[in-house]
Design a protein. Sequence first.
Length: 170
Amino acid sequence: MKRRQRGISLIEVMVSLVILALGLLGLAGLHSRSLIMGQSSYYRGIAADLSADLADRIRASRTPYLGSGTDGSTALPPDFALCKQNITDQDSVNCGMQDPTRQAYLVGSEMTEWNAALRSQLPGARYALASANSQSAGFLRYTLTITWIDDRGKASDSADYNSSYTTVIE
């Protein structure tokens, strides 16, 4: 005599629960990874905004000098790359002496203010600003590199988890 199956067996239920559990674990891992990447993206956006802010500060300091040279004056805009982040106290900035042909127009205050914004918005933030002569009227071309600690989900004592953002300011 033939028997008709009237329901599902316990094995089929267990297999479907295992498949469902694996799918939910994968979804939880994907969600966790998206949160980590979202935070990294947020930090990178802040670094881009801060580099644009410094670029605007540098360009604004050039404005008084755009017309120089026509009246025989040799004053050039300041060199922002001489302002270095203090190694022991990264909340302060040490600005070196400007070249005698360059003016020190608000360099120290601008860099100190910008460094405070950098340090308050990015964890463990550091910057490196290098200058090179540009093609235009003695103005400097800068390469800005901002690094910060981006260690979400990783060992926080490792220096391998620093992220960086580099831009050129002309």
